[in-house]
Design a binder for this molecule. Sequence first.
Ligand code: MRU
Length: 356
Amino acid sequence: MNVNDHPTRTIRPLPNGAVEIIDQTLLPHRLQWRTLMTLTDACEAIVVMRVRGAPLIGATAAYGMALATRADASDAGLAQASAALIATRPTAVNLRWAVERMQAVLLPLPVAQRAATAWTEAARICDEDVACNAAIGQHGLALFQKWARPGQPLRVMTHCNAGWLATVDWGTALAPVYAAQAIGMPLFVWASETRPRNQGASLTAWELREQGIDHAVIADNAAGLLMRRGEVDVVIVGADRVAANGDVANKVGTYLKALAAHDNGIPFYVAVPGPTIDWRIPDAAHIPIEERDAVEVTHIPGALDDALHTVRLTPAGCAAVNPAFDITPARLVTGIITECGVAPPGRLADLYPNPA
Ligand code: MRU
């Protein structure tokens, strides 16, 4: 995607053996790159959500393994690094997928060769993510073209941020939006704010503006009304994990959108790259839901006169609970868009005859 008119990826290795990421905790107020030098830096960036979004978490974990090999590339060192990375966030399966892939490539090698290979493999994981998302964009675009009405923008609703910032490039749910823009198709995006971390209001709105896509932010609770009024043509979201039966774990609030879409006859699509599908689990009952700090509900960050502040919303000492994801059952999902094509959730396996 373009940032300040330059094609840019969200994560990049530096010539000095470090890795650079955009610190997403500062957006939309500051676009600031941050250098990760060590495994600990990579873990911290994932835990506090400087990087977030399932594919980007996976890419960062891969580079976290590469950073770890510089300190200790032994079997024990790799095991320790894998455990530290996997403990950072539990729901996005791309994290475990990336760590296991790095282990599978590195462990058979002599220790002296592991560091160089780790950097190559992490770069390969990033390139594959970009290619997957570009393909998702084309498959999603074919759907968008079916619903397009002459002279009118297609009205797309999304939740959280499953765009460029959540991946290495292009995004998943927003990839079809960018593909549609590239062929001049008129579009309008409803970005729901996504309490409590507000990824829709802060990240999706920022990247849509950077890319010049017409959009509006809505309060999460406005989604049902807009659907009922006929102001939404399609809902499209990403996912942190899809079970083999097509159940979807995604940012908390996704389930309510799926229910409202179902009630109003609006297609509800989930866009994911292959590494987001967890073939090991039959259904969502096996997906761990991350519980984050209650302070994310009781307090809110923002900018005032160019300075960043966090303020309290609730009475002091108020109890709060903060599940970060929810489950949308497969029956509410119209289709899943992957790099291999589009399938109803119950036919997902048709797209992957030999799932890894
Ligand atoms: O807590 P986050 O911001 O990491 O959650 C992100 C999401 O829920 C995204 O929708 C999901 O990871 C898909 S990103 C392509």
